[in-house]
Design a protein around this ligand. Structure first.
Ligand code: SF4
Length: 342
């Protein structure tokens, strides 16, 4: 899918970054309890998830997506929580697919994907990213605190590839002392498969995961570990602001990626904006507050008024949390990642 370049009048933020990727969280619920995102200690049985009437409807989401597309957004990523838990996602994708020039992607934990891959594809989805933090079931369970066999997620990945939702990107969050011993088994498994395995540095997203920098495995170390067994070479990014740093196997075995928010901040090229399940706009994954668009939608505001609000929010944006973290800035009370979709 060739993505169109942003229209000339597309707003730029205070660091001259265009708005390129809209990440839409369509539910704050999940069937996993990943320790780096939704630890059970905080997101237990009685956690007050958002009531249905507070969620944006699919019609509201599509209306907003149209307004974002008119301001340069070329890619929409559906996230959660776990987006496949929300009913009739295919109906939303069908509607989003009517917006010209938008790349439609979805990030999932893969537990429900095997049965849904082809209906998602038929609805108009272009690509899928699957989170998988280990191949070993015990380690997998230590990372996601849920009772799902790895085999189920692997079946989802194969089903997605088989129906054309390819290349499938597989995201592994690496936490030292918990699953870093799975870096090489995961590498061996996905090498030569056509899927793109990406290693994500464990981040201090939200406030619930009790993050410690000593549990971060720097991207450089991940690359060195793999390179020692399978020689790698660096590859140029596909486009400006691409999150993952690309590496390919020298022997043609495919490519991997590393996402180094902690040790190699990439805020200068960040073109992402996030819409929460209940219609708030966040200009950074590590934001402390958002901008309410739902009250505009439900308060009778016209498209122009909402479009102006979006442009003003983006033009006032100055976020660069990862750079500031690296410079030692103190952490603030951040929005939970499961609420704004990572
Ligand atoms: S920390 Fe914020 S500004 Fe920096 S790359 Fe992440 S989302 Fe973008």
């Amino acid at each position: 899918m060739n993505m169109r370049s942003p229209p000339p009048a597309a707003p730029r933020d205070r660091r001259n970054r265009p708005m390129h990727d809209l990440r839409i969280s369509i539910t704050d619920r999940c069937n996993f309890r990943c320790v780096y995102c939704m630890p059970k200690t905080v997101f237990g049985r009685d956690y007050p998830f958002l009531p249905r009437e507070e969620l944006l409807t699919y019609e509201e989401i599509v209306r907003l997506a149209r307004l974002f597309a008119a301001q340069g957004v070329c890619k929409v990523r559906l996230t959660g929580g776990e987006p496949l838990l929300r009913k009739d996602v295919e109906r939303l994708i069908e509607q989003l697919a009517t917006i010209p020039g938008l790349e439609l992607t979805l990030t999932t934990n893969g537990s429900l994907l095997a049965a849904r891959a082809s209906s998602l594809r038929d609805a108009g989805l272009h690509r899928v990213t699957v989170s998988l933090d280990a191949l070993d079931d015990d380690v997998f369970k230590r990372m996601n605190d849920a009772d799902y066999p790895v085999a189920r997620v692997l079946a989802g990945i194969e089903a997605a590839a088989a129906c054309g939702l390819a290349p499938v990107k597989v995201n592994m969050v690496v936490k030292r002392g918990t699953n870093d011993n799975e870096i090489l088994p995961m590498t061996r498994h996905f090498r030569g498969s056509g899927h793109i395995l990406r290693f994500i540095e464990y981040m201090d997203a939200g406030n619930a995961n009790a993050w410690q920098v000593k549990e971060v495995v720097p991207a450089g170390e991940v690359v060195r570990r793999i390179d020692a067994e399978f020689p790698l070479e660096a590859v140029d990014p596909n486009y400006e602001g691409e999150v993952a740093e690309r590496w390919r196997y020298r022997d043609g075995g495919g490519e991997i990626g590393v996402i180094a928010s902690v040790t190699q901040a990439f805020c200068s090229g960040c073109t992402r904006i996030r819409l929460s399940t209940d219609g708030k706009l966040y200009t950074c994954l590590f934001a402390t507050s958002g901008h309410d668009l739902r009250s505009l939608l439900r308060g009778g505001a016209g498209d122009e008024q909402i479009a102006d609000a979006i442009a003003r929010i983006w033009q006032a944006r100055d976020d660069r949390y990862s750079e500031l973290r690296a410079a030692g800035a103190p952490a603030a009370q951040k929005i939970e990642m499961s609420y704004i979709g990572g």
